[in-house]
Design a protein around this ligand. Structure first.
Ligand SMILES: CCCCCCCCCCCCCCCCCCCCCCCCCCCC(=O)SCCNC(=O)CCNC(=O)[C@H](O)C(C)(C)COP(=O)(O)OP(=O)(O)OC[C@H]1O[C@@H](n2cnc3c(N)ncnc32)[C@H](O)[C@@H]1OP(=O)(O)O
Ligand SMILES: NC(=O)C1=CN([C@@H]2O[C@H](COP(=O)(O)OP(=O)(O)OC[C@H]3O[C@@H](n4cnc5c(N)ncnc54)[C@H](OP(=O)(O)O)[C@@H]3O)[C@@H](O)[C@H]2O)C=CC1
Length: 513
């Protein structure tokens, strides 16, 4: 019997960010392994015209939850969606709901965050720092609370090369930052943002670091742990391989490369690609929840959930396998044949951006205009290049994360728990994982049917022929222009013709046998 699964039985669990990528997998695993849990409270806002209930309904009726419905048929009754907006005071939670949360919650998993790299500092602070502070305040009023698990990121200190399982202080105290956001206007905040984030690449990593400081400073008597995942990717094993539902991290780039938009990216092939499957992160999170509540460590423990030091894979190997998978299972209606490559310096990268990204987009838009349609490719390409430029920081560096606490926890688990809540990435086969990832992107993100593969292959063959035709035409035009203008080119041309059409040493045409 799994001790961890048994621990969550009968518990009331509060999850923030349950509608997000990681939150959904966390809920799924909890229901599947501990169907006798009492209730999962989730803080949900309304979005895209959907009420909180409609959002929950959609999640529970998705493919991800198919297995859950078999083991926990009354899952609808065990999930309690509470309207909340983490940007508001007291999260805009009603008094009754707040009362219930304060009096019943046993465990908190705080997953909600803004993960956008380009968020204005004010918004990123509000969600990643102030909301964390407010949630801690709520937690301190929960008499039954056994553990508070905060999800951070392994990149909160990406300005360092070697990162230990400790909290590194930022120069300006989070409280001062929170206060200043209240009275500074947006223009001034924008001006001071680069100074505040210092050598971090974006507001996301900076505010996640501030969030950790808040957790440390406001922990009081709470049992707290922090989990720092690296780049979270599709599921490895559970509930099935390859599940993914958003474009963050590599997923968006896999689509862009598979559809033929992305042809080149400035990346270091030998740099470690520290990807971690989302189900691995969730297994560690649940194990940490159990350990923190049961063993009550004296201080806040930080767990690195990374793959690099256990089972390293580099971007070169990963990119190669992504391309190999496109050969077997191409995406439908590609713009160009998938043929992306890595460049290692800024000048070649700019060259390829002009030749392989911007020029084809302009030509295609010209064609759209000629055929009376609205041009859109240049806009799309600009957006893609902006996204790529934001991710480049992470594909041109390697980091080392110490994993002492994660390894300690692994050794504390019973063999059954090590199996059910497996977070040992040494067992992960990267080539198989990447193949399933690409397949998952095709099935769950692009919603493409496997039956369409022959047609997709046919489309790629057509694109290849157009490519050859286009190149041949381009060559002939260039050559014709050259011959018209240069005597030397004419001489070379006649020299070649002579060899091709006349036997050596004679001026008689070669007989065609
Ligand atoms: C040696 C041999 C080599 C062999 C060959 C090599 C071949 C190469 C093959 C290449 C194949 C690719 C394989 C892998 C490549 C490497 C991948 C590298 C990824 C590295 C990621 C590192 C991130 C790690 C950071 C830390 C981790 C975390 O803690 S946080 C989680 C990560 N967070 C994010 O990823 C958020 C990023 N996103 C954003 O910040 C924003 O979305 C944005 C700024 C990127 C865009 O903002 P904008 O306002 O312009 O757009 P938005 O409204 O958000 O969306 C507009 C449209 O764009 C789509 N979109 C959104 N995000 C992405 C994305 N990440 N990629 C692509 N597209 C995206 C979005 O859906 C919108 O579309 P429409 O709705 O159609 O308009
Ligand atoms: N994905 C990754 O690669 C990594 C993620 N992490 C961390 O893991 C955690 C989960 O990330 P992930 O699941 O990928 O992120 P997602 O963007 O998929 O999910 C974010 C969640 O936060 C919720 N949220 C955002 N703003 C609000 C708000 N104002 N009120 C209520 N809820 C809000 C979102 O709700 P809604 O659906 O309404 O938008 C969503 O449920 C984050 O803390 C992130 O920093 C760490 C390392 C890597």
């Amino acid at each position: 019997m799994s001790m961890i699964a048994a621990f969550y039985g009968g518990k009331s669990i509060l999850i923030t960010g349950a509608t997000g990528f990681m939150g959904k997998v966390l809920m799924e695993k909890l229901f599947r392994t501990s169907p006798d849990l009492k209730v999962i409270y989730i803080l949900v806002r309304t979005k895209a015209g959907q009420t909180t209930q409609q959002r929950v309904f959609q999640i529970l009726n998705s493919k991800l939850f198919e297995k859950v419905k078999e083991v926990c048929p009354n899952v609808h009754e065990k999930i309690r969606a509470i309207y909340a907006d983490l940007n508001q005071n007291d999260f805009a939670i009603s008094k009754e709901d707040m009362q219930e949360l304060l009096s019943c919650t046993n465990i908190i998993f705080h997953c909600a965050a803004t993960v956008r790299f380009d968020d204005p500092l004010r918004h990123a602070v509000q969600l990643n720092v102030t909301a964390t502070q407010q949630l801690l305040l709520m937690a301190s009023q929960m008499p039954k609370l056994e553990a508070f698990i905060h999800i951070s990121t392994a990149f909160s200190n990406c300005n360092l090369k070697h990162i230990d399982e400790v909290i590194y202080p930022c120069p300006v105290e989070p409280k001062k930052i929170i206060d200043s956001m209240e009275w500074l206007d947006d223009a001034i905040i924008d001006e001071i943002t680069p100074k505040l984030i210092g050598d971090r690449p974006n507001t996301y990593t900076y505010t996640k670091a501030l969030g950790e400081m808040v957790v440390q400073q406001e922990s009081g008597n709470l049992n707290i742990a922090i989990i720092r995942p690296s780049i979270v990717g599709a599921t490895w094993q559970e509930p099935f391989p390859g599940w993914v539902d958003n474009l963050n991290g590599p997923s968006g780039l896999i689509i862009a490369a598979g559809k033929g938009f992305l042809r080149s990216i400035r990346a270091t092939p030998m740099a470690v690609a520290d990807l971690i499957p989302v189900d691995t992160v969730v297994n560690l999170t649940l194990a940490v929840g159990w350990y923190t509540a049961v063993h009550r460590p004296k201080s806040t423990l930080i767990y690195h959930c990374t793959s690099g030091n256990f089972n390293p894979c580099n971007w070169g190997k990963m990119g190669f396998q992504v391309l190999a998978t496109f050969e077997k299972v191409p995406f439908e209606r590609a713009f160009r044949r998938p043929n992306a490559d890595f460049t290692t310096n800024t000048i070649t990268s700019q060259y390829w951006n002009a030749v392989s990204h911007r020029a084809p987009a302009i030509i295609y838009d010209f064609y759209l205009r000629l055929t009376g349609r609205k041009p859109r490719m240049t806009k799309l390409m600009n957006r893609l290049l902006r996204t790529v430029s934001m991710l480049e920081y992470f594909v041109n560096r390697s980091w080392e994360w110490s994993t002492y606490n994660t390894e300690m926890l692994m050794s504390e688990l019973s063999p059954e728990d090590q199996r059910v809540f497996n977070f040992d990435v040494r067992q992960l086969n990267w080539l198989e994982y990447i193949e399933n990832y690409v397949l998952g992107v095709k099935k769950y993100l692009l919603k493409e049917d496997m039956a369409g593969i022959p047609e997709a292959k046919q489309h790629l063959r057509r694109l290849r022929n157009i490519h050859y035709l286009f190149n041949t035409a381009l060559f002939l035009i260039a050559w014709r222009l050259l011959i018209a203008r240069s005597q030397m080119a004419r001489n070379v041309w006649f020299f070649i013709m002579r060899f091709d059409f006349f036997p050596s040493g004679s001026l008689q045409p070669r007989s065609k046998v």
